[in-house]
Write a protein that binds this ligand. Structure first.
Ligand code: GLY
Length: 290
C-alpha cells in the first residue's frame, strides 16, 4: 500500500511572494489541502483528489483559473483545463470555454466520453447538457488588469497525486495569459502542461508556448517511465529550460512517492500534504528564492 500524497500549485511568477500576499497564498493552499487531502487519506482515488483540489483552486479568485481568470484582448474570459488518469492512461480537457464555473469538472466528465477534448462553444454546450454550474468569472482585479492591458504568466493552478493503490493523476486549469488574442490555446489543456502515466504525474505553469516547446509534462513523465529518477529528469529539464531562457515551473510525483517542485522562474507557489495525524496535515509551502 502506497502512502497517499497530494501536491498543489498556484502558479509561477517573476517576483517573490512576500508579506500579506504570502500569507494569503499560505492560508488558501492550506485550506485547499485540508479539504482535498482527506479524500486520499480515506482511500479515494488520485483522480478524484486532483479534480477536487483544482476545483477549490478555481473557486479562489487569488488564482488565474476559474473565478479569478484573466480577460482576453476582446474583453472575454475563456478558460482551459485538463485532467489525466495515469492508471488508465486517459487524458481529457476543455479549451477556451466560457462561463463554466469549474472547467476542471467539465474535463473530468469528458474522461468518460468518446470525444475527450472539447473547445469553445462545443465545450460550453456540452457543459450545459451535463447540467454543470455556470458563473461569471470576472473579478475587479481582472477588469483592472484588462484596462491596463496587462499580460502575464502567473496564476495557473494544478495538482498531482498518488493514492493508496499507487495510482497517479494530474489536473491543471488556467485563465490564460491575459490580453491574449482570442483563440490562443495554452499548454494547460495539452499533454505538455498536464500528463500522467503509471510512473509519473506532472502539472505545469508559466508561459504556455514555452511549455509546449519543451513538451514538458509528457517528456518528463516518459523519461521517468524509461527508468530515469524523477529528480534527475526534472533537474535536467530545468537546466535546459534555463539555458533557453524559458519561464515555467512544475510539480510532479512518481510511483515511489518521490516529489519535485521545480521552476526556472523566481517563484513557484506550491504546497503538499502527505499524512494526517490527529487530523493535522503535514504541510509545506514554498515560494522559490524567498
Ligand atoms: N500556462 C498557462 C498559459 O500559458 O496560458
Amino acid at each position: 500500500m502506497a502512502r497517499p500524497i497530494l501536491l498543489i500549485h498556484g502558479g509561477a511568477g517573476s517576483r517573490s511572494v512576500q508579506g500579506e500576499k504570502y500569507f494569503a497564498y499560505r492560508e488558501s493552499l492550506q485550506r485547499i489541502l485540508a479539504k482535498a487531502y482527506p479524500l486520499l487519506h480515506r482511500g479515494g482515488s488520485a483522480l478524484k483528489a486532483v479534480a477536487r483540489a483544482v476545483e477549490l483552486l478555481e473557486d479562489d479568485p487569488l488564482y488565474n483559473a476559474g473565478r479569478g481568470s484573466k480577460i482576453q484582448k476582446d474583453g472575454q474570459i475563456r478558460m482551459s483545463a485538463s485532467i489525466m488518469d495515469g492508471d488508465r492512461r486517459a487524458f481529457a480537457g476543455c479549451v477556451n470555454v466560457e462561463g463554466v464555473k469549474n472547467p476542471i469538472r467539465l474535463a473530468e466528465k469528458l474522461l468518460k466520453e468518446e470525444d475527450r477534448v472539447l473547445a469553445g462553444e462545443g465545450a460550453r454546450q456540452f457543459a450545459k447538457k451535463l447540467g454543470l454550474p455556470f458563473a461569471s468569472p470576472f473579478t475587479p482585479r481582472a477588469r483592472a488588469d484588462f484596462t491596463a492591458k496587462k499580460s502575464g504568466k502567473t496564476g495557473t493552478v494544478g495538482a498531482v497525486a498518488i493514492d493508496s493503490r499507487g495510482r497517479l493523476a494530474a489536473a491543471t486549469s488556467t485563465g490564460g495569459r491575459g490580453f491574449e488574442f482570442p483563440g490562443r490555446v495554452s499548454d494547460s489543456p495539452t499533454v505538455a502542461g498536464n500528463f500522467a502515466n503509471a510512473h509519473c504525474a506532472l502539472s505545469a505553469t508559466g508561459v504556455g508556448e514555452e511549455i509546449v516547446d519543451f513538451a514538458l509534462a509528457a517528456t518528463l513523465c516518459a523519461q521517468v517511465a524509461g527508468g530515469k529518477s524523477l529528480t534527475k529528469a526534472s533537474r535536467g529539464i530545468q537546466k535546459e529550460a534555463e539555458k533557453a531562457h524559458a519561464s515555467f515551473g512544475w510539480i510532479a510525483i512518481d510511483f515511489r512517492g518521490q516529489v519535485v517542485a521545480d521552476t526556472t522562474t523566481e517563484t513557484l507557489i506550491w504546497a503538499s500534504a502527505a499524512t494526517i495525524e490527529k487530523n493535522r496535515h503535514s504541510f509545506f509551502l514554498e515560494s522559490k528564492n524567498t
